[in-house]
Ligand binder design. Sequence first.
Ligand code: 5GP
Length: 189
Amino acid sequence: MKKGKLFVFSAPSGSGKTTIVRHLLAEENLKLDFSISATSRAPRGKEVHGQDYYFLDVAEFQENIRKENFLEWEEVYANNFYGTLKSELERIWSLGKHVVFDIDVVGGLNIKKQFPEETLAIFVKPPSIEEMERRLRGRQTDSEEKILERVAKAEKELTYAKDFDVVLVNDNLDVAKKEAFDLVADFIK
Ligand code: 5GP
C-alpha cells in the first residue's frame, strides 16, 4: 500500500482547531481524510459513532489496548480514553488519501515520532487563554467543571507548542484557514 502524508493538528480545545480541520477536509483537491479516533467518553451533542469518533466503552477500549490495535492512546481525562486505531491509517491510505489527525498534543507528537518524514505537525494556538475560555463558554456544550478542566489542560499544552513543526495562531479564523490550506498544499506537493 502506498503511504500518504500525515497531518497532525493539535491544540487546546477552544482554539478553533476543529473548524480549521473541517475546512481543509472539505477541500477535495487536497485529498484528505479524517482519522476517526476511538474514545471511551460519551457522545456530545450531535456526534455520530463512526463519524466523529468510534465510541467504545472502557472495557472495549482496554481490549483494543491489549490487542495492540492502537498507534497511540492516552487517558486524556480521568477514565476518558482516546486513541488512534492502526486500522485508520490503512483505511485512509487505501483510498489514496492523506490522513488528518485532530488529537491532543502528546498523541500528536507521538505520531510525529513514529512517522517523522511523512508527518507535518501543526499546533493551533488560541490568541490567549482568556479568549479560549470565552469560546468554550460560547459553545455551551460543557459544564463549568469541564471548562475549568480544559483550561488547566490548555495551560500545560501550550508549553508543547515548540515541539511542533508549525505554530498557527488563530486570532482570525479566515486567515488561519488560508494559512492551514497553504501549509498542507505545500507539504503534499
Ligand atoms: P474532546 O473530548 O473535546 O473531543 O477531545 C478531548 C481531547 O482528546 C482533545 O484534546 C482531543 O484532541 C483529544 N483526542 C481526540 N482523539 C484523540 C486520539 O486519538 N488520541 C489522543 N491522544 N488524543 C485525542
